[in-house]
Design a binder for this molecule. Structure first.
Ligand code: GLV
Ligand code: MN
Length: 195
């Protein structure tokens, strides 16, 4: 869903001092083969965190050759029981394929209908743009998936950290009212995210 490019490529100059919708192009004279290949997916991600999962984004910031091309990918690793928590991508639809393990993949529509399925190696899923979704490892061992986006920088709004770990924080009275919970519940959730 990004705008169409007006040239073959425009490898991002991430250090440019001007900002805009995307990045300016690195001078053509400085472009080599190395710009168009990316090694960041070769290693397993570190899943030692509260969610037991690791999302490694190959977006324009990591792989500048994606600039203006409207695509990007993630490598997502899951420890047993690990989860990529409920989140949405404001600028992209997502498709994904399970490479290893057994993943429960679910999303919720804007009218609160939940769709889900348990997928194993080779099976694919799609998450329509902007909808809240998650993946959870429901197998015995590790799991691995690759996801793909129709944006060079899809963005991710993670529900739990957006609500409870913003900086500065959303006032407690907003969260107690929104989620119909007590003040101490808000504080307890905040503390789990180190907020
Ligand atoms: C999975 O949902 C991802 O955003 O990579
Ligand atoms: Mn996603």
């Amino acid at each position: 869903s990004d705008p169409d490019p007006l040239q073959d490529f425009c490898v991002a100059d991430l250090n440019a001092t001007i900002s805009g919708n995307g990045f300016p192009c690195k001078p053509r004279s400085q472009i080599t083969s190395a710009d168009f290949f990316y090694d960041g997916f070769t290693k397993e991600g570190n899943t030692s965190n509260i969610f037991g999962a690791s999302v490694n984004p190959a977006n324009v910031l990591a792989f500048p050759a994606l600039n203006t091309l409207g695509i990007s990918m993630n490598r997502v690793d899951f420890a047993p029981g690990g989860m990529n928590p409920p989140h949405s991508h404001p600028r992209a639809s997502e498709s994904g394929v399970v490479i290893q393990g057994k993943l429960l993949v679910g999303f919720v529509t804007t009218d609160s209908v939940y769709y889900s399925k348990v997928l194993t190696a080779g099976q694919m899923f799609v998450i329509p743009r902007g909808l809240v979704h998650f993946q959870r490892n429901v197998g015995e061992g590790k799991a691995l998936a690759y996801t793909a986006f129709n944006s060079q920088l899809p963005g991710a709004v993670i529900l739990s950290t957006t609500a409870f770990a913003s900086s500065p924080p959303i006032p407690n009275e907003v969260l107690t009212q929104a989620f119909q919970i007590e003040d101490e519940v808000v504080n307890s959730i905040r503390s789990k995210f180190g907020a």
